[in-house]
Design a protein around this ligand. Structure first.
Ligand code: MUC
Ligand code: MG
Length: 371
């Protein structure tokens, strides 16, 4: 199935409530969609999500679109989609970094290739091991009372029993009290974890993690800046509570370096951050070989991007810490005709051809904006 055309759409999706991270508060989430078309009208759709313009990653949605159109598109037009790994290798030779742009293009090509074969995309990655995946919810309203109410509602509805708290903004000591209040409210009914999004320095991390560990918190995500891998390694060896690397993992090579010095004993894998699905599988293999546990991360994708990650994660033997593929639940609207099903604290991995999602093109065009 030769790729005949490629289009890029910047899409803004409104959220059900503000979502507060260290670097940005999301009220409108921007995703980038890529559509590739084959000869007989068959289309493949790919997605990456971005957070806060240039505040989370240097790859803004606008840069992703321009770089795909100018530098990646000419390398993929005319290629056979089933050779997606060979195409990614060709792209990697001529385009450095730009992992989000590469992931958006590669996922669209994989969707097309799988649809042309009439199989779910996970069949192209060795087959599905998990039919459903546990899903965490991020409590990030910025208000303790509201977060506790949200957590209780999730538990009652059997939707989530893993909660991640974003605590990279504001006074660290007050944030620790906020986390411990939530842990006390939910008790053993839920796993409570924190994501600092690189906001602490090493000395702040030392006293905060000690208090969080004593309070029964299960996982500390990216407490220190991405560059400070040596200090991440010191924290990993000092505490019993696992330290998870997220922003430190921006390539397959990074993940090897992080594994080698053990700058974290859990990896949050994210296709956009490492450059696509083939790269994500390599990161998972490095983790497996190094005895590092895995967690299925998100950049807060729509239902399409969520299906893309879920299909790949479903082929990874062990995701000890579950996933955080909650994206669609944070949006007021959807860009696909079918929805992701969440039940019994899990999400069901979509099973249709490609990534199993049918695009609602009217909605895509409705939410698309220019640069
Ligand atoms: C991140 O840093 O992990 C994922 C979930 C969430 O609430 O924020 C994102 C990004
Ligand atoms: Mg994170």
């Amino acid at each position: 199935m030769n790729i005949q055309s490629l289009d890029v759409f910047i899409v803004d999706l409104p959220t059900i409530r503000p979502h507060q991270l260290a670097m940005h508060t999301i009220v409108m989430q921007t995703i980038v969609l890529v559509r590739v078309a084959g000869g007989d009208g068959l289309e493949g759709w790919g997605e990456v999500a971005t957070i806060g313009g240039a505040s989370y990653s240097e790859e803004t949605p606008e840069a992703i679109k321009v770089n795909i159109e100018k530098y990646i598109k000419p390398l993929v037009i005319g290629e056979d989609a089933i050779h997606f790994d060979a195409i990614s290798t060709k792209v990697n030779r001529q385009v450095v970094r730009n992992t989000f742009a590469k992931a958006a293009v590669e996922t669209a090509i994989i969707d097309l290739a799988a649809k042309a074969k009439g199989v779910p995309a996970y069949e192209l990655f060795g087959g599905q091991i998990h039919a459903s995946l546990p899903v965490a919810w991020t409590l990030a309203s910025g208000d303790t009372k509201r977060d506790i109410e949200e957590a209780r509602e999730c538990l009652k509805a059997k939707r989530h029993n893993i909660f991640k708290l974003k605590i990279g903004i504001g006074d660290p000591k007050r944030n620790v009290s906020h986390v411990l209040a939530i842990k006390e409210a939910v008790g053993d009914a839920a796993s409570v974890r924190v994501d600092v999004n690189q906001a602490w320095d090493e000395t702040t991390a030392l006293y905060c993690i000690e208090a969080l560990e004593d309070g029964g918190i299960d996982l500390i995500e990216q407490p220190l800046p991405a560059w400070n891998k040596e200090a991440m390694a010191r924290l990993t060896s000092k505490f019993k509570v696992p330290i998870m690397a997220d922003e430190s993992l921006c390539s397959v090579k990074d993940s090897y370096q992080v594994a080698k010095i053990r700058a974290g004993n859990v990896f949050s894998v994210k296709p956009a951050q490492v450059g696509g699905l083939t790269a994500t599988k390599k990161v998972a293999a490095i983790a497996e070989a190094a005895g590092i546990s895995l967690y299925g991360g998100t950049m807060i994708e729509s239902s399409l991007g969520t299906a893309i990650s879920a299909q790949l994660y479903s082929t990874i033997p062990e995701m000890t810490y579950g996933t955080e593929l909650f994206g669609p639940l944070l949006f007021t609207d959807t860009i696909t005709l079918n929805s992701i099903v969440y039940e019994d604290f899990q999400m069901i991995v979509p099973r249709g051809p490609g990534f199993g999602m049918e695009m609602d093109k009217e909605k895509v065009f409705h939410y698309t904006r220019e640069l």
